[in-house]
Write a new protein. Structure first.
Lengths: 112, 112
């Protein structure tokens, strides 16, 4: 059973470009969570999704950030018009019961 | 609002010592508490999960305890090895939600 997969593992964008981060949950998992780890800071919750629904987006910045988890395919975290402050490691986690969360390897975003 | 604290932020010990890592949280209304390990530039590996109804969990040389009433969890590492060197993160849930609130982690260095 493959674990949580994230791609790309590393992403470089220039200011103003768009970043798309993908997360494929573990097989059978229908809950997806996105967290962000800024340099020298702890992980912060961003958004919690179930298939086709956003359950909790209380940690998402109000502008430029969006997330989806379609019926088919991976969950996508989209950042429009990236700024240098968006540089961070973005982690996805999945679960099938909303209890134990299994984390992916993360996508490290660098904004130049 | 749940807050998770890990003190100290870093610890350096000689190989073979038994270690105690501390985690405190402010809101005792939790679903569970998880301990993770993070290696530099890598994702999170779940070490132990303690459900709110449990007092402790064990896996190999690791033992985690939970005292909800005092808002504390402790991770014991027996007979530490250089391979245990990593950052250890404590995370718990917030109120009735499933999102995880993380401490900033404790960087452990075990010297041969």
């Amino acid at each position: 059973n493959a674990g949580v997969m994230q791609n790309p593992r590393h992403l470089v964008r220039r200011r103003g470009q768009e970043a798309r981060l993908r997360c494929s949950p573990m097989k059978g998992h229908s809950h997806v969570y996105w967290y962000r780890q800024l340099p020298e800071e702890g992980l912060k919750f961003m958004v919690y999704l179930q298939k086709e629904n956003i359950i909790d987006e209380s940690g998402m910045p109000k502008e430029r950030f969006s997330a989806e988890f379609p019926k088919e395919g991976p969950s996508i975290l989209r950042i429009q018009q990236v700024v240098r402050g968006d540089s961070a490691a973005y982690f996805c986690a999945s679960s099938n019961t909303g209890k134990t969360q299994y984390f992916g390897p993360g996508t490290r975003l660098l904004v130049l | 609002k749940q807050e998770v604290t890990q003190i100290p932020a870093a610890l350096s010990v000689p190989e073979g010592e038994n270690l105690v890592l501390n985690c405190s949280f402010t809101d005792s209304a939790i679903y569970n508490l998880q301990w993770f390990r993070q290696d530099p530039g890598k994702g999170l590996t779940s070490l132990l999960l303690i459900q709110s109804s449990q007092r402790e969990q064990t896996s190999g040389r690791l033992n985690a305890s939970l005292d909800k009433s005092s808002g504390r969890s402790t991770l014991y590492i027996a007979a530490s090895q250089p391979g245990d060197s990593a950052t250890y993160l404590c995370a718990t849930t917030q109120g009735g939600s499933e999102k995880l609130v993380f401490g900033k982690g404790m960087k452990l260095t075990v010297n041969p």
